[in-house]
Design a protein around this ligand. Structure first.
Ligand code: T46
Length: 135
């Protein structure tokens, strides 16, 4: 099952190099309220392990690579982000984990809202109960 389609971004580069754009209402289906990036992840470290109640996000490895595991409570999907032209949407109520970061990985995330810890579901059992209750 596909939980989230890989988004192929267009490289607008030329003989000077590469340029990729992410724009509201084009590649990004929400107003971008926050941007953050994860880098220098230690070998063997995995991150994430939560779902968001309302937040919508788009993630891109602008350098290096990592794997994004998506879990909607019924199915799991792993997406390899290994190019600055590949993006994945992390939709609300999708449990996500990031694994196998390369040493040089820079994971850029665009988010639909400012940081709010109360939007996080960090308990997997509670997440499963919530998605099964809503379906
Ligand atoms: C997500 C995945 C893809 C803030 O204070 N503000 C922020 O905007 C963010 C993103 C984090 N923080 C604080 C909260 C924690 O004390 O930074 C610390 C590390 O955050 P966290 O453990 O949630 O990091 P990850 O890598 O597990 O998850 C992050 C995002 O938090 C999360 O929303 O979807 O990346």
């Amino acid at each position: 099952m596909i939980i989230s389609e890989l988004i192929e971004l267009t490289n607008l580069g030329d003989d000077r190099g590469s340029l990729v754009v992410l724009e509201h209402n084009k590649q990004v289906p929400f107003n971008i309220e926050r941007v953050y990036y994860i880098y220098a992840t230690e070998q063997g470290v995995s991150r994430g392990f939560h779902a968001h109640r309302e937040l919508e996000q788009i993630a891109i490895c602008v350098k290096g690579q990592c794997e994004m595991l998506l879990d909607n409570g019924q199915e799991k999907q792993t997406i390899l982000l290994d190019s600055p032209t590949k993006a994945v949407a992390i939709n609300k109520m999708v449990w996500h984990e990031m694994h196998n970061f390369s040493d040089d990985c820079v994971l850029l995330v665009l988010a639909s809202d400012i940081y709010d810890e109360s939007d996080y579901m960090r308990n997997y059992k509670a997440f499963i109960e919530a998605v099964n209750h809503d379906s």
